[in-house]
Design a protein around this ligand. Sequence first.
Ligand code: NDP
Length: 280
Amino acid sequence: MATDFLSQLTGSFATSAAQNPTVAVMEAAYAAAGMNVRYINCEVPPDRLADAVRGAIGMGWLGFNCSIPHKVAILDYLDALAPSAEIIGAVNCVVIDGERLTGENTDGQGFVNALRTLEDPDGTSMVILGAGGAARAIAVESALAGARRITIVNRTRARGAELAELVSSRTPAAAHAVEWMGTYDIPTDTDIIVNATSIGFHPSTSTPDVSGFREGMVAADVVANPPRTEFLQRAEAAGARTLEGLGMLVNQALTNARLWTGRDLDPMVMRRALEDSLEA
Ligand code: NDP
């Protein structure tokens, strides 16, 4: 009976941690599945990351997410990297197996799994707006999932060129960069367009200035709050199929839980918890 009182532990290390809704999503999904697993949201400053990692190992945690500012610094503490995390050069999910730590990047996996509900990226031509952390994860994971051509459109030319070079040199996809001069006309042969910038994130009401949405193409937004961004509304009005940032977040959480516990949790429970936390 004593084991009933001993939960298995997962969680997140970040600073600042207070606005991160993942704890609500994970705890709701673990409870709905009847699992005695907890998710602890931890405020961990950069100079405490080593202590936090040792603590998690010492307490037998199953694993943890790491967010800003630890996604690259955590590499120093890992024993192994999943292939996409190695190419991306950043980790947002660590799996602990005894003393052995493996780093994964589930941002991109979450995006590709959500995308597959609408379109298999295999053989497609993609345009990605942005070249930051989210764009990097999405570009690499989509390329590994078979995207044929990836165009990186970014305001800062050098950052876009660096990502295109990474994708071309480390994956089978052909990638090139376009400098974003404020407006962008989506090429007619584009199958999937992704807003992977932070433009449109609440409370901002701005939207990427792009034209050329077409019927049948997929338009995806990484921005999860608000769920129906103006970017997606404009795409939908032109007949495009749309994918919300919420879907990416839920799929990322599903992937994390699968890596830590081996279980598939309920995506609807996760989505409801996320929507409730965004409204709160
Ligand atoms: P970064 O800061 O690493 O990158 C931001 C990107 O947005 C850069 O490419 C930047 O261009 C571009 N950008 C920002 N403002 C403007 C602007 N006014 N005009 C043109 N380009 C602009 O951020 P992340 O990649 O980490 O995050 C981006 C978004 O993705 C955030 O909103 C985040 O919340 C979301 N996200 C969502 C996830 C999900 O699961 N739904 C997961 C991870 C992130 P430049 O290089 O020129 O500065």
